[in-house]
Each structure stands twice: as structure tokens, then as C-alpha cells.
Design a protein around this ligand. Structure first.
Ligand code: NAD
Ligand code: MG
Length: 298
């Protein structure tokens, strides 16, 4: 057989090598205004019933990676609750509307996970709406670059740590009493957990923390039949990148440093979450799956 006949789909060319123009939105921003549009799998993700009857809570499910995970989970047969910030309602409604249009169930719950009380409320409402909970995806995240460490202010540090770390602790703690054997928790880490960028020190700190949290909690919960794992995306085209996630002039060449030579699309992250959520991954515990286009990490 010739190499041509063996080629089904070339990962280098599977998604366009886009060169987005510099653009800016205030955090958390909207997928609605991102140019070019990210691919969240709307047209392409094919479900095969791998999460039939499952009940999932996904933070940051309105846009980017979280929205691709929501679409994929719904097409695999899960009911989903999406959490997001009130200003992102339009994005959330678009994703929820798509899922409902396809016959799935998507419940939208807006609110700020930096608030302890809201996290309790979110889990309680999600459990109520879904009739239980057996998948938790801690995916919401905050990333704003800071060139000079000396200029870090308390508010900046507080927002990053509360969103990325505290909320993960709180929501997980509140969710666990509702989760039984076979349940899964999936946290969103980052390549920054291995290769910290000098202008993302606070963010990288949280992503190192997420990997540690994942491994430690996984050891504690595995005997109860609850698996905890993480996905560590590389450079992915999402609104996070244009809401001061990095300097605007860097956006154009984002992802060119990967072995594939392009940035990833949110839809390319979803299969890792589906795998970790489904019973097929029953022997995968405390693992971080890197989905980064080829950026060697430990
Ligand atoms: P995104 O902006 O689309 O998603 C992040 C979401 O976090 C937002 O939609 C928002 O709803 C949520 N969020 C932020 N602050 C919140 C708060 N206080 N309360 C409630 N929700 C809040 O961007 P994304 O890139 O899809 O990010 C998803 C996850 O992926 C994040 O954890 C991010 O760190 C991680 N990640 C992204 C990349 C990338 O290149 N895009 C790479 C590695 C990791
Ligand atoms: Mg969003």
C-alpha cells in the first residue's frame, strides 16, 4: 500500500493555519466577536453514545474549549449544565440552543465562581436540574498577561487564583457528595503547567496547581470508584487569547511553535474529555492528557 492510500486525514492540514489579526476584548469576552470563528465541532463532532444518560456540569461551557466539550458530551448522550459569567449569556444561549435543537438537554446557570456561595448554589441547581451529577468538568479559567512581575497587583493575582484554583476546590468539594462510583472529574490544565511563560506567572502557577490537585485527589477518590484526571491543552484558538491572555501582536503567530505548526481548535480538545469521562478510560487515574499539537512536556 502506498503512503497516499494510508492517509486518511493529515493533522497538519486538518484545520487551517490561521493568522488572526490583532484584536481585543475585555475579559471574559465573547466567542461571538472572535475572528476567525473557532471550530467547536458544531459541524463535525460525531457522537456514538459513549456518555448515554450521564449528567455533566461544565464550568466555562459557553465558549472555547468548554463549549466544544459541551457539544461533544451532548452528542455522546449526556445532559449538560453550562456555567458562565452573566456577560457571556449570548454565547451560552447559542451553545445551549444548538444542543436543545439536536434533542439534547442543556441547562444554563450564570454566575461568578470566585464567590464561595455561588459555587454551592451552582452545584445544588445543577444536581436539581439534572437529577444527579456524575461528570464534573472544571474548565473555567482566567488568563491575563503581565510583562513585569513587579507590577502585579493584588486584584490581578486574586482573580487568577480564585477562578482557576479556589473555584475548582469549592465546586469539587460541593459536587462530591452527589457523585458515586463511575463518576469522573476532569480539570483543565495547560501546557503552561510545564513550560511557564515569563508573562503568565500567576496563570502558570495555577496550572501547576491543577496538575497537583488532580493527582492528589485522584489517589484519594480512586478507591471509591471516582476517577480524577486532567486535560492540558496547548495553544488553542479561543477568546481567552484576545482578552489580554497574551499581547495582541503575538496572536498572529500563536501555535506556530508546535510540531504541527498551527494552533489547535476547541473541537480538537473535546475527544480527550470524552475519553476521560467515559468508562472506556476506567484504568486512567490521576493522568494529565496533553493535547498540544506537539510541544514535548514531561
Ligand atoms: P474561554 O474564554 O472560551 O473559556 C474560559 C471560560 O472561563 C469563560 O467562557 C468564562 O465563562 C469562564 N470564567 C472565567 N472567569 C469566570 C468566573 N469568575 N466565573 C465563572 N466563569 C468564569 O477560553 P478557553 O481557552 O476555552 O479556556 C478554557 C480553559 O482552557 C481555561 O481553563 C484555560 O486556562 C484553558 N486553556 C486554554 C488554552 C488556550 O490556548 N485557549 C490553553 C491551555 C489551557
Ligand atoms: Mg466565554
Amino acid at each position: 500500500m502506498s503512503p497516499d492510500q494510508l492517509t486518511f486525514d493529515n493533522p497538519v492540514e486538518r484545520h487551517a493555519h490561521i493568522k488572526p489579526q490583532a484584536q481585543h476584548q475585555e475579559p471574559p469576552g465573547l466567542d461571538r466577536d472572535l475572528e476567525p470563528k473557532p471550530d467547536r465541532g458544531e459541524e463535525t463532532y460525531r457522537g456514538t453514545g459513549r456518555l448515554q444518560g450521564r449528567k455533566a456540569l461544565i464550568t466555562g461551557g459557553d465558549s472555547g474549549i468548554g463549549s466544544a466539550v459541551a457539544i461533544a458530551f451532548a452528542r455522546e448522550g449526556a445532559d449538560v449544565v453550562l456555567n458562565y459569567l452573566e456577560s457571556e449569556r449570548e454565547d451560552a444561549e447559542r451553545v445551549g440552543g444548538l444542543i436543545e435543537h439536536e434533542g439534547g438537554k442543556a441547562i444554563l446557570i450564570a454566575g461568578d465562581i470566585r464567590q464561595r456561595e455561588f459555587c454551592r448554589e451552582l452545584v445544588a441547581k445543577a444536581v436539581d436540574a439534572l437529577g444527579g451529577l456524575d461528570i464534573l468538568v472544571n474548565n473555567a479559567g482566567h488568563q491575563v498577561y503581565q510583562e513585569d512581575f513587579a507590577e502585579f497587583d493584588e486584584e490581578h493575582l486574586d482573580r487568577t487564583l480564585k477562578t482557576n484554583l479556589y473555584a475548582m476546590f469549592w465546586i469539587t468539594k460541593d459536587a462530591l457528595p452527589h457523585m458515586g462510583p463511575g463518576s469522573t472529574i476532569i480539570n483543565t490544565s495547560s501546557v503552561q503547567a510545564y513550560k511557564p511563560s515569563p508573562i503568565l506567572i500567576d496563570y502558570a502557577t495555577t496550572k501547576f496547581g491543577i496538575n497537583g490537585f488532580t493527582k492528589g485527589l485522584a489517589m484519594q477518590l480512586a478507591p471509591q470508584g471516582i476517577r480524577v484526571n486532567a486535560v492540558a491543552p496547548g495553544p488553542v484558538w479561543t477568546v481567552l487569547q484576545v482578552t489580554e491572555g497574551q499581547p495582541p501582536e503575538k496572536v498572529e503567530s500563536f501555535g506556530e511553535n508546535t510540531a504541527l505548526g498551527r494552533m489547535g481548535q476547541p473541537v480538537e480538545m473535546a475527544p480527550a474529555y470524552v475519553f476521560l469521562a467515559s468508562p472506556e478510560s476506567s484504568y486512567v487515574v490521576g493522568e494529565t492528557i496533553n493535547v498540544n499539537g506537539g510541544l514535548p512536556v514531561p
